[in-house]
Every structure is written in C-alpha cells, then in structure tokens.
Design a protein around this ligand. Structure first.
Ligand code: GDP
Ligand code: MN
Length: 418
C-alpha cells in the first residue's frame, strides 16, 4: 500500500470539500516560526511520519507563540517515531475542541464483504481499536448502488448526534467516502474529526493509503514505488522497481539494505534469493557466518531470463561487495532455466571486472538438471571462485553459508596480498 503523509491527505480532503485546519508543512525551526507568524494564533506542531500514535510519543506539540513553535519544531525534527525519522512538521492553527469524533473507510477483503466499510464513532481521538463496539457505526457500502447522503445521516444520527452538527458531520463522512473512492484508497481515516467550540467541524488528522494496483491511475500522487516501502527509495531501489514496472512476468523484489559507504568497508555480499522464505534462510545463513547483505533481491514466480539478468546486473553494480550469492533454498516449481540464463549472461559480463570474485549458486527445482548444465557450462573458464550447488544441499544453509564465508576469506587474503 502506498502511504501518504498527513499533510498530503489533508490536501486531498481540501479538494474534496472536507474542512481542514489552516497551515503548512515546513522543514526547519526558522520556517516554522514564519508559518506560525503568518497564522497569527496558537498552533499545533505535528511530525509528518507514516505512523500513528504521534500524540502519545511527543511528536505533536502545542505552541502559543511563533518562538514556541520554533522551539517545538526543533525538538520534533530528527526525532524517531516508530523507527521513522521526522524530517518535516506540519504547522497548523490550534483548534479549540468541543468534541472529537472518528470517521474512516477501509477495504474489508473478507469473503462475505469484499468492499469498502464506512465507520463512524462519537469517541474519536483515541485508537479506534480501543473504542467499544456499540460506539462504532459500520456500514458495508454496496459499490454498485453507491452511497447516498441519507446513509451517512442515518449512520451519524444512530450514534446520538443531533441538530446542525449532525448535518455537518454527515456531510464530512459522505465526502470522505467519495474521496476514498476517487483516490482508490485502501484506508482513509479522520481521527480526530473535531467539533470546535465555535461549532465548526474540521478534520484534524488524516491517515491515508492507496491501493498499489491503482497507482497507475494517479500519476499526480507522485508515488515512485507502488509497494510497501517504509523508506525513501534510493536510486538502487528505483532501478530495481523499474524492472517490475516494465515487465510483469514473474516478480522481482529488490531493495538496498545498506548505504554504499558502509558496503565499501567490507563484510557485505551481493544477495539474491528465490522466494521469500528461502531468501530469509539465506540471509540468516549469512548473518551466522558474520557476513551481511548489501541488498535484498528476490526473483520468483517464474520471472523471465531478462528480468533475472537485470536484477543480477544491479546486484553486481554495488561497489565493495565481496561475493555474489544466489540463495535458492527451495525446490522452486518455476522453470529454473530462466534463472540460469539470466545469471550466466549477467555474470559473464560482470565477473571479468573482478578477478577471483566469490560466486556461490544454489539452484534447485523444475528443470534443475538443465539449469545446472547452463550455469556450469556458461560460467566455465571464468577467472572467479565459482561454486554451484543443487538439490543435494537444498536446505543445507549451514554448509552453503560456510562455503560463501570460506570463499570470501580467500578472496580477501588474495587481495590484501596483491
Ligand atoms: P496521532 O496521535 O498520530 O493520531 O496524531 P493526531 O493528529 O491525531 O493528534 C493527536 C491528538 O492531538 C489528537 O487526538 C487531539 O486530541 C490533539 N490535537 C490535534 N490537533 C489538535 C488541535 O488543533 N487542537 C487541540 N486542542 N488538540 C489537537
Ligand atoms: Mn490521529
């Protein structure tokens, strides 16, 4: 799911006619001060990270003056919230709260629902999971019939909301559902939806995630990688993603695991797994012998040779890696000769640049015999430390890990001698 920051979600709210607090996103205490001056009233300073629970972790602070806003921003920037570094904060007018509500839409993929569920609760501002069931109104929306304004009026009214506020809130909930649909969301939540002392209804927070499969319809969202990705993608990550974007045959999942300057210091292998679980096994095997993975690459689901080739080329492009390791710890039911061809072509191009380079290949599964032949013949006579294993060692992580380590040690010794 592609995640969005609160301020991005609020821009979408604004376009959908949902009232949001006045404010702007900033990157430094100085900018925060200016933003607070511009607002000319007490403000809230809010960390922009892909995590909830900021209130509790001190990542939402209040400031009565521009100087206080500057100070609070200094405290919040650089903070870690659930492992994510804060690089931007949102400066917004502080609202005087009369009541906090919750409104949200999620996709329920359960067999008997398979569609959007609209939710509303008069107990907002806390984790919705902690709100008693009888305080949450839920409605499975029929996507063919669509949502009617009276649906949200009934829903909000069923929770005891009355009068003018009922109409205001029902209107926001209705617009929320439309925003959810138009933007192909998987999640769109307002928590809290605030009723102010001066009777305005305003979305004080936004949590938004968009369906990866629909991102192609939303170039305006500027999402670079349509996949669960908790960090800012690097050039390496983007190159890896381009293989997926341009070729849907099989899957290749590629992510940089260590910054290049760390990799250059030594102790890293270029890592290539086949299938998620098997790839984990190989990573463990590396860690157990004191090696680390520079990248995580997983090619699976019967990818084409060209896709595998591009992945291996990318793995080998990392300066400082001390081995290439194909961790095929599974009897894959894909046709392994596609892997074999892709690996051979990439390594034949790359290995001449690194004489004596360690290569350990474990490749098992369908068309194993043929694949082994392709790899062995294709890599014969190259000046490199190449070891190729088959099903005899399919789950033998300890042995294979030991072989990678032994070759890396030899390679280091040879290089330090020369
Ligand atoms: P979260 O904890 O990450 O979900 O961050 P929120 O944006 O929901 O903020 C946490 C809490 O701060 C909310 O539940 C509110 O109680 C409070 N809060 C947020 N904005 C305002 C505001 O403008 N005025 C006041 N008084 N409280 C606010
Ligand atoms: Mn919240």
């Amino acid at each position: 799911m592609a995640k969005f920051y609160e301020y991005q979600g609020k821009d979408i709210f604004k376009k959908s006619g949902i009232p949001v607090p006045e404010g702007e996103v900033v990157k430094s205490p100085g900018e925060a001060k200016k933003a607070a001056e511009k607002l000319g009233r007490p403000v809230v300073v809010k960390a922009q990270v892909w995590a909830g629970g900021r209130g509790k972790s001190g990542a939402v602070k209040f400031a009565d003056t521009p100087d206080e806003a500057e100070k609070a921003t200094g405290e919040i920037l650089g903070m870690e919230v659930k492992g994510l570094e804060v690089k931007q904060v949102l400066i917004e007018e502080k609202l005087d709260i009369a009541q906090e509500f919750y409104a949200g839409v999620i996709i329920n993929s359960a067999q008997d629902v398979r569609g959007p569920v609209l939710m509303f609760s008069p107990e907002g501002g806390v984790d919705i999971e902690s709100v008693p069931e009888d305080k949450i109104a839920m409605m499975n929306v029929d996507v063919i019939k669509g949502l009617m304004p009276y649906d949200t009026l009934n829903m909000v009214s069923s929770m005891g909301v009355k009068g003018k506020v009922l109409r205001q809130i029902a209107d926001v909930v209705f617009k929320l559902f439309n925003a959810f649909q138009i933007n192909d969301c998987r999640t769109l939540e307002i928590n809290p939806l605030i009723l102010t002392e001066d009777s305005r209804v305003i979305a004080a927070d936004c949590r938004m995630a968009v369906d990866d499969q629909a991102l192609f319809r939303h170039p305006e969202m500027g999402i670079k990688i349509g996949r669960e990705f908790l960090k800012e993608p690097t050039d390496f990550d983007l190159t890896g993603w381009s293989f997926e974007e341009t070729d849907f045959r099989g899957t290749s999942y590629v992510a940089q695991m260590a910054p290049p300057e760390e990799v250059r210091k030594g102790g890293y292998v270029g890592y290539h797994g086949i299938g998620g679980g098997a790839a984990m096994l190989g990573m463990d095997a590396m860690n157990k012998v004191g090696l680390k993975v520079a990248d995580y690459a997983d090619t699976s689901g019967n990818p084409t040779a060209s896709k595998v080739y591009r992945v291996v080329k990318l793995i080998m492009s990392q300066p400082g890696i001390e081995a290439y390791f194909l961790a095929g710890f599974m009897m894959a039911n894909q046709e392994q000769w596609h892997h074999a061809h892709g690996i051979v072509k990439a390594l034949r191009e790359e290995l001449p640049k690194r004489p004596g380079f360690p290569v350990v290949i474990l490749l098992c599964g369908n068309k194993e015999k043929e694949s082994q032949e392709i790899v062995k013949e294709g890599l014969a006579g190259i000046d490199a430390r190449i070891e190729i294993y088959d099903r005899e060692h399919v789950y033998d992580a300890k042995f294979i890990g030991g072989r990678v380590k032994a070759l890396v040690d030899e390679y280091r010794k040879e290089r330090s001698a020369s």
